[in-house]
Design a protein. Structure first.
Length: 277
């Protein structure tokens, strides 16, 4: 029985599940990679495989996954606008010179170059680039349909993520490593220290020692300040362009390795694989 079904807070209080946008975004990449893997060398309606140049490559999958996540994050207050933005991604990539499908793309001066040309009356000279063949667009359409399900998108309202939880959990594990068995008292102390560290920095440890009447010296204060400075420096470094690109490449490499493992060992975990299929 799930937590929602157990109703731990009574019959009058209903628990509503909220999805982590980052996890939902991963479902797009997982589903597209799974589709590409399952089809393999099977020919589509145009006589070609789903992968290859100008088709569903790993780079394109990552791009679609990012666009899907951006569509959700960019419309955190309106589920229908969120859904329209998701379908704009599919329709934009499915557009050709003969059949432009930019109905859902933002009008006027937007990321859609076609609609920019419409605004400036220059559509006649516009040429579509990097668009999918119709066979590929049809193959991935069911995935977009599943992942734009209103029931799923309603859980994404607010654009929440589990990143703060993961960051806090890592601090708790620092004080009480998961590799070492700990009593409930030790775990509580670790959680309290981690919350103080997370919200107020390592200098909060000095305040705790002071409140408990424990002695500390100048070196303790200097060390606490140095830890907080290093934490800020690391945070700023992680948002630089070079760092973001490096992490992006690592994620791509990891995704490829995971796919190879799934093919050889079978699927052990797949984000959202059993939802909205």
């Amino acid at each position: 029985m799930s937590l929602v079904e157990k109703k731990p807070y009574g019959d009058n209080i209903e628990i509503e599940k909220i999805e982590c946008v980052g996890h939902v975004q991963k479902r797009m990449g997982s589903r597209l990679r799974k589709l590409k893997s399952s089809l393999g060398k099977k020919k589509l309606s145009d006589g070609k495989t789903i992968g290859g140049k100008g088709r569903l490559t790993d780079v394109v999958i990552n791009r679609l996954t990012t666009f899907y996540g951006s569509a959700i994050r960019g419309n955190p207050k309106n589920v229908h606008e969120m859904r329209q933005a998701i379908w704009a991604v599919w329709a934009h990539t499915a557009s050709t010179d003969e059949q432009p499908k930019h109905w859902f793309c933002p009008k006027g001066n937007s990321w859609c170059k076609y609609n920019i040309c419409v605004q400036n009356n220059k559509v006649q000279g516009f040429k579509h680039k990097n668009n999918f063949p119709e066979a590929v667009s049809k193959a991935i359409k069911p995935i977009f349909k599943d992942l734009s399900h209103l029931k799923l998108l309603r859980r994404c309202l607010g654009g929440k993520t589990q990143n703060p939880n993961k960051s806090l959990n890592s601090l708790i594990w620092k004080y009480s490593p998961t590799t070492i068995g700990s009593s409930i008292m030790v775990m509580r102390i670790a959680a309290f220290l981690a919350v103080c560290d997370y919200n107020y920095g390592h200098k909060s440890q000095i305040d705790i020692m002071n409140a408990m009447g424990l002695k500390y010296n100048k070196n303790n204060v200097i060390t606490a300040k140095d830890v907080d400075k290093k934490r800020l420096s690391t945070a700023f470094k992680r948002v630089t362009a070079a760092s973001l690109e490096s992490r992006k490449n690592k994620r791509l490499k990891l995704a490829k390795e995971n796919m190879k493992f799934k093919l050889s060992e079978g699927c052990a975990y797949d984000p959202g694989a059993y939802l909205y299929k």
